[in-house]
Design a protein around this ligand. Structure first.
Ligand code: BG6
Length: 489
């Protein structure tokens, strides 16, 4: 059990992410005794005293207000620095505080800079961290950077060049929180630790793979960001493509960060680019209209706050990805994600090919293909659908289900994605963070699609009702290949 030591500076410490995810995750690590010596400097524009900041950390970790000594000790390690991200003096005084805390807590000059704030400042902050001396401490230095990593390939490159002036690639931890999810991490183990799957994991035996990540929430208060992003940039460029790369990659020769990442990169390189007039053949976009969700009426996307009533932004994307390599030639990977859908769920369905002939259900036709379902959230587990004999006199088959629920067996709550990712970063393990090459390749894939969608306004928006599984065209996308979306709810 490694117990890493570091000074953690959180930029955007008064923001939502810090309160909802970062402080609670750090606390869970602390409670489990995973952390060595550490201190946190909360950095944000607002002026706050250390006491006020500590109170807000306390509230976010412990909303019920139960007092305990562990929590008191935890909160006492938090300090606040009111900061102007463009002002060198502000960085100089931050550095003074950092040195003091480094001495006081024996932090060996190890520094983590966590950028949990508006992305327009990522580049500026990284540059200042270097020019104003914050990256000169004698221990390790790491930059953790939240999404969005750019808006397209060009802006991502620009941002990357800026942060690379201050940090090397292996000091940069680009967060994709899906990579911290227990069952996303499990994809690799299911594939590479089971001799019954890996030999079948190719175009000879797999018919298609379906990845769905649906949400019931709408755009909430994020209209301003989302209008410029849409589901393609918000979910597909990162989370969806990351899951596809884990499903499609070749077995790495070992589990090191470099080996795994380079296998993922090869998948991105094999992804068939979709251009111009092909876009509408491979991809479908949707925007939610009003509807009923959990028996409550909800407004249409174009009636939400900060959203243009004429908005051309997609809140739903379905697509067919082809991976042009020996293993996957001819096997479609269908992806689908959207807001205000019927259920909050992320699932992967691997559909195996049919047997050459159906011996058992000639009359009933109820034999179904073998499916392997990986439940990412909210349930975590695996279901394997097989066909077995239907009890009784005759030789008919019926689908049976073998299920494994993560929680049921371990009896533990799996740690939240952020908790794992923070711990990985503190330990210096970048495997579950995205390498620049992955980011660049996924942007260039997505840019072709957004270029067409931005140019051609979708006349039928809104085209799906809130509370549904998306527009009809998403079903037609599979239908024309002779497939359908397996139900996920
Ligand atoms: C974020 C997106 O990256 O992922 C959000 O910006 C989305 O729009 C969220 O709601 C979904 O994450 P999760 O973990 O709830 O599936």
């Amino acid at each position: 059990n490694e117990k890493p030591t570091a000074l953690i500076m959180i930029f955007g410490a008064t923001g939502d992410l810090a309160k909802r995810k970062l402080f609670p995750s750090l606390y869970r690590l602390f409670e489990k005794d995973r952390l060595g010596d550490f201190a946190v400097i909360g950095v944000a524009r607002r002026s706050l005293t250390n006491d006020e900041f500590q109170t807000s950390v306390n509230q976010s970790v412990n909303p019920e207000g139960v007092e305990n000594d562990k929590l008191k000790e935890f909160v006492s390690k938090f300090y606040y620095h009111s900061h102007d991200v463009t002002d060198s003096d502000s960085y100089a005084s931050l550095n003074t505080v950092a040195h003091e805390l480094d001495n006081q807590y024996n932090l060996s000059g190890n520094r983590i800079f966590y950028l949990a704030m508006a992305p327009e400042f990522f580049g500026t902050i990284a540059e200042h961290l270097k020019t104003d001396g914050l990256t000169d401490a004698h221990g390790f230095k790491r930059l953790v950077i939240e999404k969005p990593f750019g808006h397209d390939l060009e802006s991502a490159k620009k941002l990357n060049n800026q942060i690379r002036t201050a940090f090397t690639e292996d000091e940069i931890y680009r967060i994709d929180h899906y990579l911290g999810k227990e069952m996303v991490q499990n994809i690799e183990v299911i594939r590479f630790a089971n001799s019954i799957f890996e030999p079948l994991w190719n175009n000879r035996f797999i018919s298609n793979i379906q990845v769905t990540s649906s949400e019931t929430l709408g755009v909430e208060e994020r209209g301003r960001y989302y209008e410029k992003s849409g589901a393609l940039r918000d979910m597909v460029q990162n989370h969806m493509l990351q899951m596809v790369s884990l499903l499609a990659m070749e077995p790495p020769i070992s589990l090191t960060t470099d080996e795994i990442r380079s296998e993922k990169v090869r998948v991105f390189r094999a992804l068939r680019p979709i251009k111009g007039n092909e876009v509408n053949e491979y991809f479908v976009r949707g925007q939610y209209g009003k509807g009923l969700l959990e028996e409550k009426k909800v407004p249409a996307y174009n009636e939400e706050d900060m959203v243009d009533p004429e908005s051309n932004t997609e809140t739903f994307v379905a697509g067919k990805l082809m991976i042009d390599n020996f293993r996957w030639a001819g096997v479609p990977f269908y992806i689908r994600t959207g807001k205000r859908m019927e259920a909050k769920t992320t699932k992967i369905v691997v559909e195996f090919k049919d047997m050459p002939m159906d011996l058992y259900n000639r009359q009933e036709g109820s034999v179904r293909p073998n499916l392997l379902v990986i439940h990412i959230q909210p349930e975590e587990g695996i279901t394997l659908y097989l066909n077995a004999k239907k009890a009784g006199q005759f030789m008919n088959s019926t689908p049976v289900k073998l299920s494994y629920a993560n929680k049921g067996i371990d009896g533990l709550n799996t740690p939240e994605a952020y908790e794992k990712l923070l711990y990985d970063c503190l330990r210096g393990d970048a495997t579950n963070f995205t390498h620049w090459d992955e980011v660049a390749l996924s942007w260039s894939f997505v840019d072709n699609i957004s270029a067409v969608w931005e140019k051609e306004k979708e006349q039928n928006f809104p085209n799906y009702e809130a509370g549904s599984m998306g527009p009809k065209a998403a079903d037609a996308l599979l239908d024309k290949d002779g497939h359908f979306w397996w139900p996920v709810t």
